[in-house]
Design a protein around this ligand. Structure first.
Ligand code: ZN
Length: 50
């Protein structure tokens, strides 16, 4: 039986790169950001909500 580990890492729904959660701030709601900036991914605007 394969083991599925779940941790606090998620994959971008668009590019599949690892993303991390960002808590809500003054000017944005909670969202995910790429752990490493990916200029090829359409989800680069921090204002985008998931
Ligand atoms: Zn992405």
């Amino acid at each position: 039986m394969p083991k599925h580990r779940r941790d606090l890492r998620f994959e971008c729904v668009k590019c599949g790169k690892p993303v991390g959660p960002r808590a809500a701030g003054e000017r944005h709601s909670a969202h995910f950001v790429h752990l490493q900036a990916n200029p090829d991914c359409p989800i680069t605007d921090p204002r985008l909500d998931f």
